[in-house]
Design a protein around this ligand. Structure first.
Ligand code: GLU
Ligand code: ZN
Length: 297
């Protein structure tokens, strides 16, 4: 049984970049008779925009997506994250850290794929008193590799490329990396199709899956849509919300972006006809093997 998911963060309305990820995971799952689940990644409450979760669900509905089961909200699942966190803590894999960003930047100039590599200060120095602490997971020098169905073989050595990363922030919130791994396992996700901006996070997630005894799903990372200055389309770069009155055109554009070649004749087809074409001709192999593509949305 193939189980996939779409996991938007409610930090703004659905835009073309997130639509592309939704379309790809939906088609990949549904053309394998699978279940497609929706998960609202609202664990980072301070970043949430009021009403965005409902707006996203509304847009998805208007675009013709049919998800299986209830929508899951990460904000209601702290207990599960706590459990996973405690099991890692009991294995002595986690340590408290009271360093500020500035202190870390002042102690090291080692950069990895995701910014500064934490130099492990709090492992060998006393914590600062009376300061809320974050919790980091120890990484190691074992290479983590996986084969992405679109991007090919990916290899990373966490201690060199990332460093000890945060699982629980100083404000008490669990980090995306932990929540996503716990939920993908709890929901039995077998096939993750998402934007290539998360490709570099995948080895961290595989590492956590291994430590927590979860199996590793199959991964496929589709290119992300970027604007003319090379920035990923996102709420931060003020990507335009999807206008669902022309849902058929958005689906058409998303299919083209994903390397599918809907015939010119269906350019103005109805939404239903467009989906029917997509179900018949969806081909993961046609998706461009690149991390980013310019999109004029
Ligand atoms: N919530 C994440 C985002 O909107 C996606 C997480 C995932 O697909 O793993 O970027
Ligand atoms: Zn520290």
């Amino acid at each position: 049984m193939v189980i996939g998911r779409f996991a938007p963060s409610p930090t703004g309305p659905l835009h073309f970049g997130s639509l592309v990820a939704a379309v790809a995971s939906y088609l990949e799952v549904k053309t394998h008779q699978g279940r497609w689940l929706l998960r609202m990644e609202d664990v980072d409450k301070p970043r949430e925009i009021k009403g965005a979760a409902d707006a996203i669900l509304h847009s998805l509905e208007k675009l013709g997506f049919e998800w299986d089961g209830e929508v899951l909200y990460q904000s209601q699942r702290n207990g599960l994250y706590e459990e996973a966190f405690n099991s890692l803590k009991n294995k002595q894999l986690i340590y408290p850290c009271t360093c500020t960003r500035k202190e870390i930047a002042d102690t090291t100039n080692q950069f990895g794929i995701d910014g500064i590599i934490y130099p492990g200060t709090c492992l060998s120095h006393p914590l600062k008193p009376n300061v809320a602490n974050a919790w980091r997971i120890k990484t190691n020098a074992l290479e983590i590799s996986f084969v992405d169905a679109i991007q090919g073989e990916i290899k990373q050595t966490l201690s060199q490329n990332v460093g000890d990363f945060i699982l629980k922030r100083a404000d008490g919130l669990f980090a995306y990396q932990l929540a996503v791994v716990v939920d993908d396992a709890a929901q039995g996700i077998t096939h993750i199709v998402r934007g290539a901006d998360l490709l570099d996070s995948t080895p961290r997630q595989i590492y956590l899956q291994q430590l927590l005894g979860f199996s590793t799903p199959h991964y496929a990372h589709v290119p992300v849509a970027s604007n003319a200055t090379g920035e990923k389309l996102s709420k931060q770069t003020l990507a335009k919300p999807i206008e669902t009155s022309v849902a058929n055109h958005h689906l058409h554009d998303a299919l083209c972006f994903l390397g599918q070649k809907p015939p010119a004749a269906i350019k103005n087809a109805t939404l239903n006809e467009m989906w029917r074409w997509a179900f018949l001709y969806w081909n993961l192999e046609a998706v461009p093997k690149t991390r980013q593509i310019l999109a004029d949305h």
